[in-house]
Design a protein around this ligand. Structure first.
Ligand SMILES: Cc1ncc(COP(=O)(O)O)c(C=O)c1O
Length: 434
């Protein structure tokens, strides 16, 4: 029965029952961490063979380069080829670096602030007095990835929320915003199996992003393809290539695409890469050449030898999917069983990625997260899926089901559901008793 249709007495009954369940869970001394999208031990073990000597190959690439020594700013050819097959661009348009794509994104935004987006371009920070609002800003599809928002917040870039729906962000709004404000210099995006909604941007959205008229000619899209091959079943979703779409639309330098092997092999020791137009890659090399003599090529080498090529990578990712699928299914089953017809929670059922996005209908996300925490079940802080940690409706909670084993996950989601029921019933009861 829908909570909204319940009488005061029925709501009080719900509260009595659910509070008793909550007390029981609390007495169990649970300690489950679902704050971040961390691969489980079983997933990490899929890549343990990567450390075998056969993949090290004496530290030499197939062309004989000695990876133990300095050099190779753009990464070794083997790993650039592998990333190129993921990005759908030539290897010459890829730079492979250290373990973290987030690190590349942070560096890039900082470099654009201080040095500009290319040869002869004014640094973003040097443009503020020419801009109508005097502010540099970024479009932020919401709910989104907290660490993206943290980068722009830390660097003093204003963030503009744009809602995301099943096809991707609201393009009418984005087109309108970027057309008139030259201070809007960039946009964050997780285009496939998005964090946290699981949304896959449609080809139409991608074409519009490539085509749209921007008041700022140094507007850049930060296309974080972190989950490009992270399907839960079958093959990865097909998606239009943004870099090519931008080139076709006459905006060849608009997009930077990022990915890493963090959730293919080890998040603690993966390889990250960035792809873009040929001229942007030249600009990146110009920036990197002062930052470093070269990346960790040994790690790139063992990754390239272990993952081999795109087809082999997909075989490897299917093993991840086999581990992840029952976890996503478990969350979906428990939420349906507990809250299916209650009308107090809506949630995503993604086909890939690492997250399930849940919206509390009566705006009680922070209360639910706090109550769950008291019971030993940890979720990412409420609000963190929005810029500045401020969810205007206090509704969104990100569920990261990857880390706990299925049985622990089941209990954790029951606890979560109990908290959602209690918080929602209390809000409705207070409204009815007013
Ligand atoms: C969308 C997204 N981008 C990037 C990252 C982190 O990537 P990396 O480990 O390559 O820094 C994550 C991790 O959860 C993520 O969800």
């Amino acid at each position: 029965m829908k909570y909204a249709d319940m009488t005061v007495r029925e709501l009080e009954e719900v509260l009595r029952t659910e509070k008793a369940r909550y007390a029981e869970y609390k007495s169990m001394g649970l300690n489950y961490d679902m704050t971040r999208g961390k691969p489980s031990l079983e997933q990490l073990a899929l890549s343990d063979k990567m450390m075998n000597a056969e993949y090290f190959n004496g530290g030499r690439t197939y062309s004989g380069t000695d990876c133990r020594n300095y050099g190779g700013l753009e990464g070794i050819p083997e790993i650039r080829e592998l990333f190129a097959s993921i990005f759908g661009v030539p290897p010459s348009q890829v730079i492979a670096g250290g373990n973290s794509s987030l690190n590349i994104m942070y560096d890039l935004v900082s470099a654009f602030m201080l040095l500009g987006t290319g040869k002869g371009a004014l640094p973003w920070t040097a443009q503020t007095d020419r801009l109508l609002s005097g502010e540099i800003s970024f479009i932020c599809p919401v709910p989104g990835y907290d660490r993206h928002f943290a980068i722009t917040e830390r660097l003093g870039i204003k963030m503009i929320n744009v809602d995301i729906s099943e096809d991707g962000p609201d393009m009418d709004r984005i087109e309108k915003l970027v057309k008139s404000d030259a201070g809007i210099k960039g946009m964050w995006s997780v285009p496939k199996y998005s964090n946290p909604t699981g949304v896959v941007y449609s080809d139409e959205v991608i074409e519009r992003l490539a085509r749209m008229k921007c008041a700022a000619d140094d507007f850049r899209i930060f296309w974080d393809d972190a989950y490009s091959v992270h399907m839960l079943e079958g093959e990865p979703a097909k998606q239009k290539n943004l870099i090519n779409a931008c080139a076709e639309a006459g905006n060849p330098d608009r997009a930077y695409v990022f990915a890493s092997t963090s959730k293919m092999t080890y998040p603690g020791a993966g390889v990250a890469a960035v792809a873009s137009s040929a001229s942007n890659i030249e600009w990146l090399k110009h920036i990197y050449t002062i930052q470093t003599i070269g990346p960790n090529k040994i790690n790139q080498l063992v990754h390239a030898n272990f993952l081999k090529d795109y087809d082999n990578l997909i075989i490897h990712m299917k093993k991840h999917a086999d581990i992840m699928r029952p976890k996503f299914q478990c969350v979906a089953d428990v939420l349906k069983e507990e809250l299916g017809d209650s009308g107090v929670l809506s949630w995503s059922e993604p086909k890939g990625g690492y997250f399930i996005s849940a919206d509390t209908v009566y705006g009680c996300a922070s209360q639910v997260v706090a109550m769950s925490r008291e019971c030993g079940v940890l979720f990412t802080k409420a609000g963190s899926t929005y810029p500045y940690g401020k969810d205007p409706e206090n509704k969104n909670i990100r569920i990261a089901p990857s880390l706990p084993p299925v049985e622990e996950l089941r209990t954790a989601i029951h606890v979560f559901a109990v908290c959602v029921k209690i918080c929602s019933a209390e809000i409705l009861l207070a409204k009815k008793q007013k």
